[in-house]
Design a protein around this ligand. Structure first.
Ligand code: DGL
Length: 284
């Protein structure tokens, strides 16, 4: 494994940039290759098998590019295919694969005082019960889960406040308020970008858990334990690719949400990242 290779990060769009930001903060000497699957995303409303195919295709593309670790910076994709990805890349090829759900669960468990935890995410993530099942280890924990599908629309449109967002948020979050949760897991990597709006609606006493920092720490631990921290003294490179033809919009949002590290965005014309079905066909 080349320790000077980049860390590969995938998401359905711009949400995974919250994880990329945390990785850059905790591992400032590391290079990053990020793919946002805007041609196929958002993943939330898609059948889980489709999410699995799209997300595995992105990982395959990054593995082909020689990355040294893979980060699934999307809860919906983590719920759909983490086990497959771990088997394919980590177990068979020795490329560590890190996902976002378990780090968020661990953080929420240490944060809650009342053991009433709320989880919000896409329809795909909430329906998969990946979070609900992860909390069963402590039978005293009561989880209230709510799908908040329109939040992704707001984030992708760059909307972080305003009457429409607040009205939608009040509606989605009411069950969590009724359940008197003291901790809310932002179970979608897009949501940290509207965390102020969520905090505003939930009130100041509720603690919001984003998986970004905990996931970045898992990446840190993984690179240290595999002895693959970058040793090159030249400046690291950060490259961001979008599968859609929306490079300008992606770059604008990425600059807004990630900062100036995003100085270049490349586009894969739609369909040029092969799906797993194509890859299987080629190898048969
Ligand atoms: N960022 C993705 C997640 O964490 C969701 C956005 C989408 O629907 O694709 O689940």
């Amino acid at each position: 494994m080349n320790s000077n290779a980049a860390i590969g990060i995938i998401d359905s769009g711009v949400g995974g940039l919250t994880v990329a930001r945390a990785v850059i903060d905790q591992l400032p000497n590391e290079s990053i290759r990020y793919i946002g699957d805007t041609a196929n995303g958002p993943y939330g409303p898609l059948p889980i098998s489709e999410v699995r195919d799209h997300a595995l295709a992105l990982l395959e593309s990054l593995a082909d590019q020689g990355v040294k670790a893979l980060v699934i910076a999307c809860n919906t994709a983590s719920a759909a295919m983490f086990r497959d990805a771990k088997e394919r890349y980590s177990d068979r090829l020795g490329i560590p694969v890190i996902e976002v759900i378990q780090p968020a669960v661990r953080t929420a468990v240490t944060r809650t005082r009342t053991k009433r935890i709320g989880v919000i995410g896409t329809e795909g993530t909430i329906k998969s019960r990946a979070y609900q099942d992860s909390f069963v280890a402590d039978p005293e924990i009561v989880v209230t889960a709510a799908a908040c599908p329109r939040f992704v629309e707001f984030v992708e449109a760059g909307v972080t406040s305003g009457d429409e967002l607040f009205a939608v948020a009040r509606d989605y979050l009411q069950p969590l308020k009724d359940a008197k949760v003291d901790t809310v897991v932002l179970g979608c990597t897009h949501y940290p970008m509207i965390s102020a709006a969520i905090q505003y609606v939930m009130g100041p006493d509720v603690s919001l858990v984003s998986s970004a920092d905990a996931t970045a720490f898992e990446v840190y631990q993984s690179l240290v334990s595999h002895n693959i921290l970058r040793t090159d003294s030249s400046a690291p490179t950060h490259s961001f690719e979008t599968t859609g033809d929306d490079t300008v919009r992606f770059e604008t949002l990425a600059h807004r949400f990630l900062g100036l590290e995003v100085n270049r965005v490349d586009a894969f014309p739609t369909g040029t990242i092969p799906t797993i079905a194509d890859i299987n066909e080629e190898t048969q």
